[in-house]
Every structure is written in structure tokens, then in C-alpha cells.
Design a protein around this ligand. Structure first.
Ligand code: MOS
Length: 702
């Protein structure tokens, strides 16, 4: 009975975005606005000895300079997922210590952004410098305290006695979120009322966090986040520059704006840690897995000493093996804080696991698709719960069919085209199904339009449109009749856009609100409700609905699935890889918007191609500062790097998960992409590349 769900619906906010009328954080016009520029450390470890502000203070237009000397005290954040959460647990300007290159050591406020930036360059800093730990080879590793390992059976013995086994080390590079919109905030105090204009993936927790830090009640803090120009995990919580901006705005009693230059986005607003993963997999001669050992290492910052890029989470989800040994270790480097980045852990984890599966398939002489089908698990190997509405096999089968996989030559270096080696590769994709609590209010007006109100945010993912569709479907109204107001903490709690959760979290709440509204007047559709409304003389009908997880997680494991197939052309003398064909099949429960879901997967595959072929943020071994500093030096894919990407969906609504049956699809598309590319390069050339990104130098030296 779906009228709208599952169809292709254009972006609700598309016109606002392409015409430039969409207001991003830095674009709010506030009268009396002043501008902040950060002063950042040029050493990676040590402390500030002296800070000479004289020249900066005398510079034209300078109004205020914040340093550790005059930084006001703030209330500690709980750093939980309910009451308050900040990225970097150390407060900005907490003391004179330097923990990483680029760390904030001050803020200059002036009447124009140019004057603030100029004055910041005039600050003279004398450091007492220590030798930083930048090279992972000099780091000492500990077991990651918050990332559970797993020991099941006797992996060492099983591996030693397995008929076939492979052992390999895979590495992945430090990466940047590289979203289009740089981090930006305007903090506006009016007496004790605080308005924050800042992109966030979680409006309500943002509000609670600022309330905690500045000792305010919730009704004293308003967070406005109408549009977010990409986030990928780096815009969930406040960063130190946001906290500093808000604190200084209170000191000077002026609305204050801080926009990070791209160079500062690369150093102080998150990254994905590099990883090193050791894989051992053992199988019987007919291709049954008997053991997997997956030991991973990642790096973190002194300011957040427990963070891990959890590479091993995917391993007990993907395949059955009686013997499992999973371990995650971390080491502290003097670098800016790593954090969540699109499929955090799953992305590097699936590169290693799906490369290793390919290596073993070749060794066994098995088709890698059949090898995966044979070993796919119906139970989560950690919790032993059955997966709900799992259609991994169909992803593999449909992908193979669409790609023409059965025609695959059985040997590496067997296909050429115009002097280039051609190879075919595939890999699996996976991401957990999560959801949280959300509420929405819906109003129906006599003119037949409806307004949905919720604090949710849209970081480019399609949340506006998903809300439109959920309401249009339930009320049986055209999508054009639905208006949306989101991105404001004064609206009902719209939940989090993280962990691919927003659709699964919010769509059921919007549906419930609409159903509640119809129920109020005993109507089945908006048309019936409108008759009652028009007869009543009321200005509108209104209802609020909520949704949250129940006990279903104790019965089921919720996970999304997928498969990628690709073709590469390798110009061997130049070491150049061009991707020429891509097929992705995903199983994400119900698809609410066919167009947006396919776009999400396409975007994620493109990001995965960046992960596979080019993205890398190296740190200067002495200064600890990134050697890349903008979107020109940090290589991400351009149009010429991307083939047509064919995306399909399989499976039925996952109604064990929520009432609309949607599991979300923000992150799954990136997982497995780099492995599919590496596997295709092996098929093309016979060269097994295990170190991301797969740049020409690596092909030339293998
Ligand atoms: Mo995501 S890495 O949960 O924004």
C-alpha cells in the first residue's frame, strides 16, 4: 500500500542548496558580530614558556586575546552518551602543555576575520620543546581498554593444523573527513541566554553539552543547525574551538564567530587513525573456515588515550569459524584526536578481512563469491543471536549476476585492454543496524498541508526528505504538501545522525506522530481528518509521536549487508589504476527513498575509492603537523576517477527492528570497497597490495 515509500523522491532542500539560500552555520547574519582566529602550536610536544601578545594586541581591530592565562573555568562534561559529550576531553587552553602539533593555544578576536587572522600571526611564542612520538615504530602499544577482544576455541592450534591457511599484514593510512563545509560556529549570548549556530549530528546532545559546560539550564541554550555540509562523524560533539568560542563570547559579551581554515580542520577536528592488522585464516581443503586470528593496532592522541579504530568488530559478524582470536591494541602518538569517521573500524577492518578472504580463496582455488556463501554465518559469533532479515547471499548472487562474474577468467594476468591489465574483484560490505529514541510533532492545516517539527539534522544524507516521505505516506498526502522544520533544539528530540541511525530512529517516530494525529479525529487519511478540522474551526490539528528500541535486541542481531564487484584497468609501467566498472548490492531492510539510498551508497563507494587509491594524511616526523593541509593536497576522488556505479537493494523490511523496517544506509557503502579494488588489482596483475592507499609507487615496487 506504499504510495511514496520506496519511490525516488527529490531532495526536499535541493533547491535551497543549489540556489544558495540554505543557511549554513557560518552564514547566519547577527548584528554586532566579531570574529575569532585561533593561535595554534607549532611544536608537537612540550609547553609554552612565554607568550608575547604585545604586537597582536596593538594590531588594528583587535578586541580580545584568550590564552591559558585568562581562560575561564568550565564545568566538566560527563562524556557519556546521554548528558554531555565533547570530542577532546582536555578543555581548550587548560594549561601551558602541548600534546600535538596544531593544538589551540589561544584565540584572537577582532572586528573583521582578516584582522583577527593577521593579529594571530603576530603572537610570539617561545616553547620548551620535547621530542614528540610521531613514528608508530617508536610507540608502545596497550590493549585497547574499551574495545572488547574475543577468544573462542583454540585458534593457535586450529591454525597450525588447518589444511590451508594464509597469514598477512595489512595497513591503512591516517585519513581526513574532508567534508565540504569547514567547521564553523557562532556563539551568541544575550544576558544568560546562549544561542549556538553550529552544525551538529546530534542537536539535543549538543544543547545538553553546552548547558553542562556553561552551567545553564536547558531552556537557556538553543542550538540551531539547519544545514550541515558533510560531517562523516566529525560533527557530532563540540570540539575545543567551539568551546573556546563560546567561552570567549561570554567574556566579551559579543556574538563571536570562529570558522576553521582548512589547515586547522586537518589538525584539530578529527581524523581516522592509521591501522596495522595481522590476519591469519585457516580452512579445510573444501573451503570451510576453521579459525580466524585478527589482531589490529591503531593510534590515538594523548588528549584521548583510550580511543581505538575498532577493526575487529566486523570479524565475528561476517563468517563462521569455531576458533576466533580478536585483539585490538592502541598506542599514543603526539597527534590530533582521531575519532569516528564513516564506518569507523568497519572500513579498515573490512579492507583487511576481505583482502585476506580473497587471498585464501585464490589459495584454495575457490570462487571468492562461493567461498563467502559457504562461510557466511546465520548467528553473530559474539552474541550467538540470529541475524534478522539477513540477505547477504542475495547480495552476492545478484551482484555476481549483474556484473557477469561467471565469465571471470580463473587466472591473474589473463585480461588486457589497450595495453592495460584488466582485473575483476569483489568484497563483502557490512554495518550494524542501530537505532535510538526520537520524537516528532506533526500539524495538519486546513489548506491540506502538514508541518513536521523535530530537532533532527540533515548533514546531506537526506533526512529532510526521509521525514517528508514518512509523513506523506502515513497521512496519504502528496510530498509537496509536507513542510519540515528541523535543526533546532526547541523542537522535539529528533535523535542522532550517526551510526547510520537517523532513518531507523526518526522515521518510526514521524509515522507514529502522524498516526496519532489521525487517531485523534478517528480518521484513516488526512482527507478525512481535514473534514473534521475544517468543521471544527481550529487553526490546525497537532499530535506528537515517539519511537525507541524495545527488547528486540535481546532476540536478534541487526546488521546490514552488501557486496561490491568492480573492474580495474592497471597501467603497469605507470602504476596507475583506473576503476572502470562498479556494481553494489545492498541489504538494508526497507528503502524509504530509492534515489537517496542509491546516492548514499554511491557517495560511500566514491569515498571508499578514495580510501582505496589515494587518501592519506601523513604527519611530518619532527613537527607532527600534517603535510597535507587542504583539499588540493589531500587527494580525494574527482569525476575522472569514478565509473558509473550501479546500485541495487535486496531483501524485505526488517520489521523485527522497527515499525518501518528500515536499517539505514549511511555507512555500509564504504565498507569492503578498498578490498574489492585490491582484489581486482591482484586479478589484473598478480600483485597483492596490502597497504592503503594503493598509490602508483606501491604497484611499481611490488
Ligand atoms: Mo558516523 S562515523 O556515525 O557519523
Amino acid at each position: 500500500m506504499s504510495n511514496v515509500i520506496g519511490k525516488s523522491v527529490n531532495r526536499y532542500e535541493g533547491q535551497a542548496k543549489v540556489t544558495g539560500s540554505a543557511t549554513y552555520s557560518a552564514e547566519h547574519q547577527i548584528s554586532g558580530l566579531v570574529y575569532g582566529a585561533l593561535i595554534t602550536a607549532t611544536i608537537a610536544k612540550g609547553r609554552i614558556k612565554t607568550l608575547d601578545l604585545q604586537q597582536a594586541q596593538a594590531s588594528p581591530g583587535v578586541l580580545y586575546i584568550a590564552t591559558a592565562e585568562n581562560m575561564p573555568q568550565l564545568t566538566p562534561a560527563a562524556n557519556d552518551w546521554f548528558s554531555s559529550h565533547i570530542y577532546e576531553p582536555r578543555y581548550p587552553l587548560a594549561d601551558a602543555e602541548i600534546h600535538y602539533g596544531g593544538q589551540i593555544i589561544g584565540l584572537v578576536v577582532a572586528d573583521t576575520p582578516e584582522r583577527a587572522r593577521h593579529a594571530a600571526t603576530l603572537v610570539q611564542v617561545e616553547y620548551e620543546s620535547e621530542t614528540p612520538v610521531i613514528n608508530p615504530k617508536n610507540a608502545s602499544f596497550i590493549t585497547a581498554p574499551r574495545t572488547p577482544g574475543l577468544e573462542q576455541g583454540n585458534t593457535a592450534t586450529a591454525l597450525a593444523t588447518a589444511e590451508y591457511q594464509i597469514e598477512a599484514t595489512y595497513t591503512t593510512a591516517m585519513e581526513l573527513h574532508a567534508m565540504m563545509e569547514p567547521h564553523a560556529i557562532i556563539a551568541h549570548w544575550q544576558e544568560n541566554q546562549l544561542t549556538i549556530y553550529e552544525h551538529t549530528q546530534w542537536v539535543m546532545l549538543h544543547q545538553k553539552t553546552y548547558a553542562t559546560l556553561f552551567d545553564l539550564s536547558l531552556d537557556q541554550v538553543r542550538v540551531i543547525s539547519l544545514y550541515t555540509g558533510g560531517a562523516f562523524g566529525a560533527k557530532v560533539f563540540p570540539w575545543p574551538h567551539s568551546i573556546l568560542c563560546t567561552a570567549v563570547a561570554r567574556e566579551i559579551q559579543r556574538p563571536l564567530k570562529v570558522v576553521l581554515p582548512r589547515q586547522q580542520v586537518t589538525t584539530i577536528a578529527g581524523n581516522r587513525s592509521a591501522t596495522e592488522q595481522h590476519l591469519k585464516i585457516g580452512a579445510t581443503s573444501d573451503g570451510q573456515l576453521v579459525a580466524i586470528e585478527h589482531h589490529a593496532k591503531s593510534y590515538t592522541s594523548p588528549v584521548n588515550p583510550t580511543w581505538a579504530e575498532n577493526c575487529i568488530g566486523v570479524t565475528p559478524v561476517m563468517y563462521t569459524a569455531e576458533n576466533l582470536s580478536l585483539k585490538q591494541e592502541i598506542a599514543i602518538l603526539n597527534m590530533g584526536m582521531p575519532t569516528y569517521m564513516r564506518a569507523p573500524g568497519e572500513t579498515p577492518g573490512m579492507f583487511a578481512l576481505e583482502s585476506a578472504m580473497d587471498e585464501l580463496a585464490w589459495k584454495l582455488g575457490l570462487d571468492p563469491v562461493k567461498f563467502r556463501l559457504k562461510n557466511a554465518t546465520t548467528l553473530h559469533q559474539r552474541t550467538k543471536l540470529p541475524f534478522s532479515a539477513k540477505h547477504f547471499a542475495e547480495c552476492l548472487q545478484l551482484g555476481a549476476e549483474q556484473f557477469g562474474w561467471k565469465d571471470r577468467p580463473q587466472h591473474p594476468r589473463s585480461l588486457t585492454r589497450e595495453g592495460k591489465w584488466v582485473g575483476w574483484g569483489m568484497a563483502a560490505a557490512t554495518f550494524p543496524g542501530w537505532r535510538a529514541m526520537a520524537s516528532a510533532t506533526v500539524r495538519l492545516f486546513p489548506d491540506g498541508t502538514a508541518l513536521v517539527l523535530t530537532s533532527a539534522n540533515d548533514m546531506g544524507t537526506g533526512a529532510y526528505t526521509m521525514i517528508t516521505i514518512s509523513a506523506a505516506e502515513t497521512l496519504n498526502l502528496p510530498v509537496e504538501n509536507i513542510q519540515i522544520e528541523i535543526g533546532d533544539s526547541r523542537l522535539p528530540n529528533g535523535g542522532i545522525a550517526g551510526g547510520s541511525m537517523m532513518t531507523a530512529t526518526l522515521a518510526p517516530a514521524v509515522v507514529n506522530a502522524c498516526q496519532e494525529l489521525l487517531k485523534q479525529v478517528n480518521a484513516k487519511t488526512a482527507t478525512e481528518a481535514l473534514q473534521v478540522l475544517r468543521g471544527s474551526g481550529q487553526p490546525f490539528l497537532e499530535a506528537t509521536g515517539s519511537s525507541q528500541p524495545g527488547m528486540e535486541g535481546q532476540k536478534w542481531a541487526f546488521q546490514s549487508w552488501g557486496a561490491h564487484f568492480c573492474e580495474v584497468e592497471v597501467d603497469e609501467p605507470l602504476g596507475r589504476v583506473q576503476i572502470t566498472r562498479w556494481v553494489s548490492v545492498m541489504n538494508i531492510g526497507r528503502v524509504l527513498n530509492a534515489k537517496a539510498a542509491a546516492s548514499q551508497v554511491r557517495g560511500a563507494v566514491i569515498m571508499g575509492i578514495g580510501d582505496g587509491l589515494m587518501e592519506e594524511c601523513q604527519l611530518d616526523p619532527h613537527l607532527g603537523l600534517p603535510v597535507v593541509y587542504d583539499l588540493a593536497t589531500y587527494h580525494i576522488p574527482v569525476h575522472a576517477d569514478i565509473p558509473r556505479i550501479q546500485v541495487s537493494f535486496v531483501g524485505e523490511p526488517d520489521l523485527n527492528f522497527n515499525s518501518v523496517g528500515a536499517r539505514g544506509c549511511g555507512e555500509i557503502g564504504i565498507t569492503g570497497v578498498s578490498a574489492a579494488i585490491a582484489n581486482a588489482i591482484y586479478h589484473a596483475t598478480g600483485k597483492r597490495l596490502r597497504d592503503l592507499p594503493l598509490t602508483p609507487d606501491k604497484l611499481l615496487s611490488t
